[in-house]
Design a protein around this ligand. Sequence first.
Ligand SMILES: NC(=O)c1ccc[n+]([C@@H]2O[C@H](COP(=O)([O-])OP(=O)(O)OC[C@H]3O[C@@H](n4cnc5c(N)ncnc54)[C@H](O)[C@@H]3O)[C@@H](O)[C@H]2O)c1
Length: 268
Amino acid sequence: MRGLEGKVAIVTGGASGIGEATCRRFAQEGAKVVIGDIDGGRAEALAKELGDAALAVRFDAGDVASVEALVAAAVDRFGRLDVLFNNAALMSPDVIKLDTDPVGIDFAVWDRTMAVNARGYLAGCKYAIPHMLKAGGGAILMTTSGSGLLGDVSNIAYGASKAAVASLMRYVATIYGKQGIRCNAICPGLIRTEGGKKNVHGAMVGVMERNTLTPRLGLPEDIAAMAVFLSSDDAAFITGQNIEVDGGMLMHMPYYSDIMSGDIAWDS
Ligand SMILES: NC(=O)c1ccc[n+]([C@@H]2O[C@H](COP(=O)([O-])OP(=O)(O)OC[C@H]3O[C@@H](n4cnc5c(N)ncnc54)[C@H](O)[C@@H]3O)[C@@H](O)[C@H]2O)c1
């Protein structure tokens, strides 16, 4: 990718899954990477492995003061900030299983989900954008989800938080585009990360697989590849987009998997 050498990137949720793969890829591309995660031990272990190009910072996306401290730590260490990848989200099955439907959900679950998944991303923008403006521009990425685009039978707070993130992304792209800041979102399909495996298992994996057009489900590296591309100068003319990296899961007719499985013939 062009233009990543020497750039400074923060990746939130950088200690596991999509974030971890993206940190590794940024380091391979010659960027400096700040691994922000609530799991400080894992972030430290990854930073140690990546060497001088990496810094681990423990933070909680649900606590705006700790988001501010994350951005400050990145600038203190590397002197500038070029990329912010807002990617951390509440993935703990203990919380996700309580995130049900409008009648059953507790307000505390809604509030914590919104605080981490949506307000945490706003806070990242709030504290990162002034540094990017000083440097003449930058790239902001956010991880959304198909749950924010379509209705589903559960996890209403998660879905609404991801829809909020898609909107936040378009506002940031619109307000700061002329000042050189691009903002895009990546909308993953089913990615076999630790968080993904804890929340989607059993028969649902087969259902998702049947509705994915590619021969395999997604890998963290599939999303990392899009993240580094969108951060690079090769993506200089791309902004305001919510790009689906999902093996075509949301790009086909709802009856696709019934026909492909042979349950229903196209001409029946
Ligand atoms: N895996 C999938 O199938 C899938 C699909 C759609 C969207 N996503 C999105 O991808 C992103 C990454 O998820 P993943 O699959 O890599 O999961 P993961 O559980 O492997 O990684 C998530 C990371 O975020 C960290 N984290 C959680 N809460 C945090 C907080 N409050 N503050 C800071 N860090 C926190 C965790 O410690 C973990 O390291 C999330 O935004 C998720 O919603 C994932």
